[in-house]
Write a protein that binds this ligand. Structure first.
Ligand code: ADP
Length: 159
C-alpha cells in the first residue's frame, strides 16, 4: 500500500491545502494529514479543532486519515513506515525554505519529498491571510471550506 504524509500547521485548513490533499489522495492509496502541535507558535485553533475540521472536509475523499503530531516530521514518517512527504509549492518564495527542509529530511531519514505545484487559483492563499481577513469581518468564502468559514466567524465573535 502506497502511503504519503501531508504535514503542516493547518491553522485553519484552506482550499489551497485541500487542493493538494485531494490531488495526493488520487495518487496514493492513503494520505495521512499530520497536524503539527507547535507550542511556540500561537495558533487560533487548538490542534484538536484543526484535526476535526480537516477530518470533516476530507471525509468525501475516502482515503485520508488525520493525526496530530509533535516533534520531527521524519520521526512521524518513520514510526508509521511512510517514506514520502508531499508539500505544496505556491511560489518561488516557498522554494528556498522547502528545499532546505526536504534535503535535511532526506539526509536524516531517507524520507523523500514530492512537491506539488499549487493550483494558480490558490497561489496567494495562506492560513494567516485568511485569519486576518476573517478577523475584520471580511469574506473568506471561496478561500476556505464552509465548515471552516463558520468556525472562523464563531471564533472571532467570541473574542
Ligand atoms: P507550515 O506551517 O508547515 O507551512 P501550512 O499549514 O502552512 O504548514 O501548510 C501545509 C502544506 O500546505 C505545505 O506543504 C504548504 O506549502 C501547503 N500550502 C499552504 N498553503 C497552500 C496553498 N494556498 N496552496 C497549496 N499548498 C499550500
Amino acid at each position: 500500500m502506497r502511503r504519503v504524509v501531508c504535514p503542516g500547521s493547518y491553522d485553519p485548513v484552506t482550499n489551497g491545502h485541500l487542493d493538494i490533499i485531494s490531488r495526493a489522495s488520487r495518487l496514493y492509496d492513503e494520505v495521512v494529514v499530520a497536524v503539527l502541535i507547535n507550542i511556540s507558535k500561537k495558533s487560533l485553533f487548538t490542534v484538536e479543532e484543526r484535526v476535526e475540521m480537516i477530518g470533516e472536509v476530507t471525509k468525501e475523499y475516502g482515503n485520508v486519515a488525520v493525526e496530530k503530531f509533535h516533534g520531527l516530521t521524519v520521526d512521524f514518517c518513520r514510526e508509521r513506515g511512510i517514506p514520502v512527504i508531499v508539500r505544496g509549492l505556491r511560489a518561488v518564495s516557498d522554494f528556498d525554505y522547502e528545499l532546505q527542509i526536504a534535503q535535511m529530511n532526506h539526509q536524516m531519514a531517507g524520507v523523500e519529498t514530492m512537491f506539488m505545484a499549487t493550483n494558480p487559483l490558490y497561489s496567494f492563499l495562506s492560513s494567516s491571510l485568511v485569519k486576518e481577513i476573517a478577523q475584520y469581518g471580511g469574506d473568506v468564502s471561496g478561500l476556505v471550506p464552509e465548515p471552516v468559514q463558520r468556525r472562523l466567524a464563531r471564533r472571532f465573535a467570541e473574542s
